[in-house]
Design a protein around this ligand. Structure first.
Ligand SMILES: [Zn+2]
Length: 394
């Protein structure tokens, strides 16, 4: 694994090895010209050109001179590091990864579609994906079971089987998932989480929990999380959520964040967030660390649409755009070692780039309870570059 400084040196060497040593003769594979480059990993938010050679970022500068085999006119568009979606179900179908790529997603994690009994299919989809696809193994051997839920029989949370599933898919399994809401786990929530931690421990992997309408108090659940673990559906309303019955954020949430627990939005379609909870929590300072769609091929039309649409919901709540892009790029990349050199347009990094258009107008956004709020801006996917190659549009 290379750190950022090594990346810069290696890329410099590659660039000078591959082209004549004259500045005037610099030639690139691709230049993305004149876009508003927002790369929170280096605090950049300015009109820049991005030059790519050999699948890596070669330069990010104003007015890059030099030839390129291909040029993208990005004027009027946002140019960001490739988006990373850490809670999807893209591994459920062969088409999932390609659809995500169309939405600007150059890295994804399938969060628990498969358990020990069926993770091998999800892993195969991940391995065959054009972009980095990874998965979390569900602590329930069945994987996600809807609508009845997979953890009402605690025997389904079999540590040995989960560990076997990780061991035989070590190349693509990057963590363990436990869905802990009352309709999935009932009173087994804490025991299921203990078993998820036990399964993950020998591999030193994070656990992602899905919360919402939990049987047990959230403080008891959070107490079982370690640094680097992820809470998805952070704004789930109802019993035992992040707010007490007066609408005040329970102190254990911020305490968990301070010790390194990550809070993920997790849009989804049912029971995962309502506008009221988002509003109350953000007013008390609880913003997402990462966005995710909880996307599957069936949810495009049910309020998720795509990751840029999910991000746009937080433009409406007043989150600065650079912070929003950070959540979907560098913040997400930090959570899993497979994304170590992603989420950035650093010179030398793999050239995964997402173009988006920020349109003004009136846009209706949906929560999970048919609540609609109107925002004045929305991000639309406007092109994806993966490993230096322009991804074909649908
Ligand atoms: Zn999910």
């Amino acid at each position: 694994m290379m750190n950022r400084r090594q990346l810069v040196c290696t890329a410099g060497a590659a660039l000078f090895a591959g082209v004549p040593q004259s500045h005037a003769a610099t030639s690139y594979d691709l230049i993305i010209k004149g876009g508003l480059v927002i790369d929170p990993s280096v605090g950049l938010d300015a009109i820049r050109d991005v030059a790519i050679v050999g699948g890596k970022i070669a330069a990010v500068e104003a007015n890059i001179a030099g030839d390129a085999k291909e040029t993208i006119d990005a004027r009027g568009k946002i140019v960001a590091p490739g988006l990373i979606d850490i809670h999807t179900h893209a591994g459920r179908t062969k088409e999932g990864p390609q659809l995500a790529l169309q939405d600007g997603v150059t890295g994804w994690v399938d969060a628990g579609s498969g358990g020990a009994d069926n993770i091998d299919q999800v892993a195969a989809v991940a391995r065959g994906a054009p972009q980095i696809g990874r998965c979390l193994v569900n602590i329930a051997r069945t994987g996600v079971v809807t609508p009845t839920g997979e953890l009402h029989d605690i025997n389904s949370a079999n540590v040995a089987l989960a560990q076997g599933a990780i061991a035989r898919n070590r190349d693509v399994v990057v963590g363990v998932k436990a869905r802990l809401s009352n309709n999935v786990a009932g009173s087994n929530d804490l025991e299921a989480l203990r078993r998820a931690q036990e399964a993950a421990a020998p591999f030193n992997l994070p656990v992602m929990i899905h919360v919402g309408q939990n049987y047990s108090p959230l403080r008891a659940i959070l107490a079982l999380l370690k640094r680097g673990d992820i809470v998805t559906h952070m704004y789930a309303p109802g019993m035992n959520g992040i707010l007490d019955d007066k609408g005040v954020l329970i102190p254990e949430v911020m305490a968990a964040r301070r010790r390194g627990v990550v809070f993920d939005f997790g849009n989804g379609v049912a029971d995962h967030f309502d506008w009221d909870t988002v509003e109350k929590a953000t007013r008390q300072g609880l913003w997402p660390d990462t966005f995710s769609t909880d996307w599957n091929t069936a949810s495009k039309t049910s309020g998720v649409v795509d990751l840029p649409n999910v991000m746009s919901k937080f433009i409406m709540f007043g989150m600065p755009l650079s912070q929003i892009i950070a959540c979907a790029t560098v913040n997400a990349a930090r959570l899993f070692p497979c994304f170590d050199d992603r989420g950035t347009l650093n010179v030398g990094a793999p050239a995964d780039v997402t173009l988006m258009e920020l349109r003004d107008g009136t846009f209706d956004f949906l929560d999970n309870y048919k609540g609609t709020r109107s925002g004045r801006q929305r991000l639309f996917p406007a092109g994806t570059v993966l490993a230096g190659k322009v991804a074909p549009r649908a």
